[in-house]
Design a protein around this ligand. Sequence first.
Ligand code: CAA
Ligand code: NAD
Length: 296
Amino acid sequence: MATASEIAAVGVIGAGQMGSGIAQLAAAAGCAVLLLDADSAALTRAVASISASLRRLAAKGQLSQAACEDSIKRIRCVSTVQDLREADLVIEAIVENEHVKKKLFVELDKITKPSAILASNTSSISITRLASATKRPSQVIGMHFFNPPPIMRLIEIIRGADTSDEVFAAVKSFSERFPDVFKICRLGKTVICSQDYPGFIVNRILMPLINEAFWALYTGVATKEDIDTGMKLGTNHPMGPLQLADFIGLDVCLSVLRVLHNGLGDNKYSPCPLLVQYVDAGRLGKKRGVGVYSYG
Ligand code: CAA
Ligand code: NAD
């Protein structure tokens, strides 16, 4: 099993909002990154956004020009799971769907080296169940980044029922390597640890807030703008809950609420019909140009 200092090659699967940010962090931390997505257009978009993000940091003097260009060069886009054979750590950031993730973990278990650690960036799904799809449950762990990964300071680590102490220690210490890269700016990752319950710590608390904002809109309590302004100025949140839902992705919010509802069995997690309708209509939020708001 790889220790933190032996994690030299990181596979990232899913090059969407989260995977691209995670790949950026791992490359900036000095790792060789293998970035995989089922959609080649997503890979093209990810490389463009990572390069722009790193160059913005360099332009602001938060990263040297050389470190910026070296980080970009460390990222290699690949097209099959077999290309991740050499990875010491694989971080999965694909669609929030247990069945699809499990299928991927079965494949990863077959092709990665026996020492590799398999991590999921899932927002809510049981790490224990993902681990049960493999023959190495002690080497499976939740590594939950926050959006946008390059600037959010938290990583929530989730131990499955069988995650070993060694794997937990390696992933925790690896996660804490990220701030070193950005030590000249204000960024720094803090690690928290959650037991393996639906939605873990942050989403268990955040998603009911977002859901309640949808109920407020659905039942005509106020306009979307007033709901968001109320929560921004009334509680000093950087974004209102509806704007944040668009930013996260309404599909992700709905999936997490369904996991919370099914797993915890309390109606307070039952997704608001308006959220369901938006997702049914393909209004997935900022990434699709329309959600609660429209983005030009
Ligand atoms: N890479 C590097 N830097 C970035 C960046 C990126 N991808 N995106 C923004 N930045 C930088 C900007 O360059 C800017 O830097 P300076 O201050 O040095 O100029 C700084 O971040 C702030 O950016 P902006 O001025 O563009 O915008 P802002 O002040 O409105 O901040 C925000 C943007 C940080 C996203 C802020 O609105 C925010 O914190 N929103 C809430 C985000 C949040 O709650 N995320 C968690 C969602 S829940 C989750 O992730 C878990 C889940 O499972 C669903
Ligand atoms: P996204 O829709 O932006 O990106 C997902 C990417 O995965 C897409 O590019 C898609 O083509 C790719 N993909 C889907 N199935 C695949 C497969 N089988 N093999 C390879 N690639 C595949 O989604 P996202 O917002 O980046 O979310 C990804 C994961 O991260 C989810 O589990 C989500 O719950 C979690 N997460 C999301 C946020 C957020 O704010 N959006 C925050 C923390 C964690």
